[in-house]
Write a protein that binds this ligand. Structure first.
Ligand code: HEM
Length: 145
């Protein structure tokens, strides 16, 4: 059972990360599209669908399955909750989830033609999910502490 849940946790993580890596790239392109243009309206649809159909449900599934794994962790009692790697991973996952919240807000801003940030801003933001993901995977797999 544990390994099955872990497999589905990783599947959910892949879907969540695919969206989290692609959405800020769409924001970068969207900045260059003129307001009201066909291109800009197409980006709005792509952003909304990516957020609602992939990123949101994948994040919920990742959390539910991950918390189950943490609770049932090797031979249980308090599961993985007292392990150093898990606490560090948990902090980074909270950071990733906060970033997700900002992405949702920026999708809304673009949808209302009220984007307040520059291309450079989104280019920098674009790197954050990658950096956080690398750290999380190393913590979860290597468990260095
Ligand atoms: C949303 C909250 C999350 C929680 C509560 C959580 C919790 C866990 C737990 C307890 C395990 C089992 C570790 C083991 O049995 O060795 C696990 C496995 C794993 N998690 Fe997460 N996780 C979360 C999100 C993520 C994210 C965002 C990523 C990647 C970006 C990720 C990547 C992995 C990987 C790769 C494994 C497999 C580790 C292995 O078996 O070697 N998790 N997770």
């Amino acid at each position: 059972m544990y390994t099955w849940i872990k497999a589905f946790h990783i599947i959910a993580v892949i879907a969540w990360m695919a969206g989290m890596l692609y959405l800020p790239r769409l924001f970068v392109y969207h900045c260059a599209a003129e307001k009201g243009s066909v291109q800009s309206e197409t980006f709005k649809i792509m952003e909304r669908r990516l957020l609602r159909a992939i990123i949101n449900p994948a994040m919920v599934a990742t959390w539910l399955l991950g918390l189950w794994l943490a609770w049932r962790g090797p031979d249980s009692r308090y599961g993985w909750f007292a392990s150093g790697w898990f606490e560090a991973k948990f902090a980074l996952v909270l950071a990733l989830s906060t970033l997700h919240g900002f992405f949702a807000r920026w999708v809304k801003d673009f949808a209302a033609d009220r984007n307040r940030h520059s291309v450079t801003f989104y280019r920098i933001i674009n790197e954050l999910p990658t950096i956080i993901m690398i750290a999380i995977v190393i913590l979860a797999v290597v468990k260095p502490f």
